[in-house]
Structure formats: C-alpha cells, structure tokens
Design a protein. Structure first.
Length: 225
C-alpha cells in the first residue's frame, strides 16, 4: 500500500470519529429534535463536541506513535495532520462559547457567562482552557521563538487539556444525559490525557535515543552562519 492510500486511512479515521460524535449528539436529543428550533445553542453544543474530538486526536498525534505515522503516510504527513487538526479543533473550541453566547436573549450577558470567569467552577475551567489555548497557540504560530521556548509552550499544552477534561465531566450537558455519547467523549479525552502524560514524562525514557554527528553542512546554511 503506497503512502497516499495510507494517508487516507488516517483522515478517514478522523472523519469517522467526527461523524460518530455528531450522530451520538443527535441521538442524545428528543425525537422531535430540530436544529432550526435553536440553531445557536445547537451549533455551540456541536462545536464543543467536535472540538473535543479533534483536540483529543491532536494530542494522540503528538505521541509520534508508529501506527499513526503509518496510517497518515509518513512522519511529515502526520506532522501536517497534527497542525491542521489542532487548528481546526481550536477554532471549534472558540466557536463553542461564541455560539452559546449568541443563543442568549441578552448577548452581552451570554458573552460574560461564557468568556469571563463567574460563580460556576466548571464554566470557569472552560474559560481558562480557552484563554490558555489562545495564548499558547498565538505564541506557537505567530511569534518567532527559540526551540527551547517553543518546546516549553508545548509542555504547557497539557494544562488546558486538564481544564477541558474537568469542564466536560462536570458541566451538565448532553454528555450527562446520554451514556453512549459520554463514554465516547470521555474515552477520547482520557486517551488524550494519557498521550500527554506519555509524551511529557515517558517518551524520552521509553523511546529510542540516537546520537548524530554532522560531517558537512549545506553551502547556503554555512553562508547564513
């Protein structure tokens, strides 16, 4: 099987997870459910579900597991998928509180509830996770960081993940009302946390370590030095 066909397996898997998550979310609704009856609320809920799925996949891709490299058609393709999936997941996480705010009869109150800390702890963790992702992703994408600083930003990527996990578990939502959806999302978030713990604390100890010696450098690089 060539790399192109293998890369399709990875993306088909991601798309399948999104379809399953969407289907379970729909099944969690009553029989007379209609998206058009409350579009901002439902769009916000679905954005949260899909965002949690994509961010979980993004953390799994960061482990550099061999099977992930295989199904995405190579390490370079896996890295590209990691960046794209992470960006899409973050966008959905951002739209989640925005859509829910637009659903409020008083939009300003909705924005305060979903974008500012308040009295509800589980909501606050969602707010903290959002702003933590904003800062870390901004530093990663839009600033020129040294490798060590860039590496530190990725180490702290686990902090908003734990906030999201608690937010998902504690908040009253479709997850608490429909067991299959709860199991599906909780499993993905648990795998994401496991992936982060592995990458942060075990990867350097369990992975193969290689020592390289540079014999020659490209002429262009030498000129820059």
């Amino acid at each position: 099987m060539d790399k192109e066909k293998k890369s399709r397996i990875g993306w088909v898997t991601v798309i399948t997870l999104l379809i399953v998550g969407t289907a379970l979310w729909i099944f969690s609704k009553p029989e007379n459910f209609s998206f058009s009856s409350n579009p901002w609320k439902y769009a916000g809920q679905l954005a949260g579900i899909l965002g949690a799925i994509l961010l979980s996949v993004e953390y799994l891709l960061s482990t550099r597991a061999k099977i992930l490299e295989v199904i995405f058609g190579g390490l370079d393709k896996a890295y590209s998928a990691h960046r794209l999936i992470g960006g899409l997941g973050f966008a959905l996480i951002l739209y989640h509180p925005l859509f829910l705010s637009l659903n409020s009869s008083a939009i300003l109150d909705g924005l305060k509830l979903h974008f500012l800390p308040g009295e509800i702890f589980s909501y606050n963790l969602g707010v903290f996770a959002l702003y933590a992702y904003v800062v870390l992703i901004f530093l990663t994408i839009y600033t020129r960081l040294s490798y060590e600083t860039w590496r530190m930003t990725h180490i702290f990527m686990g902090v908003p993940l734990f906030f999201v996990a608690y937010h998902v578990v504690a908040i009253g939502s479709d997850l608490s009302n429909y067991l299959p959806l709860r199991i599906f999302i909780f499993t993905l978030v648990f795998l994401a946390i496991t992936a982060y713990v592995y990458k942060r604390f075990l990867y350097g100890k369990l992975s193969h370590q290689y020592i390289y010696k540079i014999k020659t450098l490209p002429t262009k690089l030498l000129q820059e030095l």
